[in-house]
Design a binder for this molecule. Structure first.
Ligand code: CA
Length: 220
């Protein structure tokens, strides 16, 4: 899941980026309000973490611009302003949730997962497909009761397929979900991850729609 973080504070921003990446998210981090404004439309983000106090352009103004432009990615607002009126204003401006600083990284991650889950219409924590179970929070997957050994990117691809059941995902979209800006990407990376997942879950687990992309296939 790819997340846009907009936070001018170096310590907090770096902590969010590093921490969320360790928890399996793909993260792009912006520090300036104006830069962040166009970022949301430039890649397929699943959610946004938005600080309100930003140089250049206030977070609340960014949020209003996004919503006016029809951007519907869920937004988790971070704010030091713990006044009730600011929270109400944030939610009225189109925020989906908010956290008051200081916050725990685990809580940011949990709320992001909940927002993304709701957006995809899932209410359960765990994702299932046949004998396969995937736990997005614990970053582990099982076939029946046997844990699978998956790399972080294989896990991310599996999560992507499971949250988009019945949809064909173009290779470019998968690349954009798995890699943030500035991350090194081998030209056949997606094919390699698909190959690895098929080896671990069965050849028919991922179907190739020639010329279009990949889709979740038969349950293992
Ligand atoms: Ca700030």
């Amino acid at each position: 899941m790819r997340v846009l973080v907009v936070e001018d504070d170096l310590l907090i921003g770096d902590g969010l980026k590093t921490g969320l990446e360790q928890l399996g998210f793909t993260v792009d981090w912006f520090r300036q309000g104006k830069e962040a404004l166009s970022a949301l439309s430039a890649a397929p983000f699943d959610a946004v973490v938005l600080d309100l106090g930003l140089p250049g352009m206030d977070g609340m103004d960014i949020l209003q611009c996004w919503r006016k432009a029809g951007q519907d990615a869920p937004v988790l607002v971070l704010t030091a302003r713990d006044g009730v009126s600011d929270r109400i204003k944030g939610l009225d401006s189109g925020a989906d949730d908010y956290l008051v600083k200081p916050f725990a990284l685990g809580e940011v991650a949990a709320r992001l997962r909940a927002l993304i889950r709701r957006r995809h219409g899932h209410s359960a924590n765990r994702l299932n497909h046949g004998r396969l179970t995937f736990d997005p929070e614990g970053r582990c997957a099982w076939l029946d009761d046997a844990p699978l050994e998956l790399t972080a990117r294989e896990m991310a691809l599996l999560e992507l397929l499971l949250t988009h059941k019945g949809r064909v995902l173009p290779r470019e979209l998968i690349e954009d979900k798995l890699y943030g800006w500035g991350q090194e990407l081998e030209s056949n990376a997606v094919e390699v991850y698909v190959h690895h997942l098929r080896k671990k879950l069965g050849a028919s687990f991922i179907r190739t729609q020639r010329g279009v992309g990949y889709t979740l296939g038969e349950p293992a």
